[in-house]
Design a protein around this ligand. Structure first.
Ligand code: CA2
Length: 148
């Protein structure tokens, strides 16, 4: 069975409650439920997590490397700062996708650099909550083509 792990970084637990003009009104619980439905319908299993702590992000990535076929990561602000997240991703050879709700390139300059992008297979940004759906679809397509 295909195992998908989805990990969300700092402050994403606040989704839907503040700054709706940037991040929309969908909550992280809503996103988790939609991801669960999509992954189950495709015959896979889902682990969905959120943490505000950098070290926990690293541990989650290491766990995905052992247990998952694909990792979908919104590292939030750690995207732009974390060499530890970058190194953890480099050490993991499963299929990896970076997701952002907003398009960081249209925002402040400090969001233009990603330590995640050079260590993943693809990036989906600027589609709001739909980005998670697109990432799951891309992961299943990729894994299907690999086993065909
Ligand atoms: O667009 C994205 O998904 C981001 O990863 C979100 C991060 C931001 O630092 C990245 O540059 C882009 C911030 C997540 C904070 O989420 C909040 C949600 C609601 C209210 C406050 C923060």
């Amino acid at each position: 069975m295909t195992a998908i792990h989805i990990l969300n970084g700092p402050n994403l637990n606040l989704l839907g409650t503040r700054e709706p003009e940037i991040y929309g009104t969908t909550t992280l619980k809503d996103i988790e439920a939609a991801c669960q439905t999509q992954v189950s319908a495709a015959g896979g299993t889902l682990v969905f997590g959120q943490t505000n702590a950098e070290g926990e992000l690293v541990s989650f990535i290491q766990r995905a490397g052992k247990e998952a076929d694909a990792l979908i990561l919104n590292a939030a602000a750690y995207t732009h700062t974390s060499v530890a997240v970058h190194d953890a991703l480099k050490a993991v050879s499963i299929y990896k996708l970076e997701v952002h709700l907003s398009n960081p390139h249209t925002r402040e300059a400090f969001r233009h650099r990603s330590y995640v992008s050079p260590a993943v297979d693809g990036v989906i940004a600027g589609f709001g909550a739909m980005g998670y759906r697109l990432a799951i679809e891309a992961a299943f397509e990729h894994l299907k083509s690999k086993t065909a």
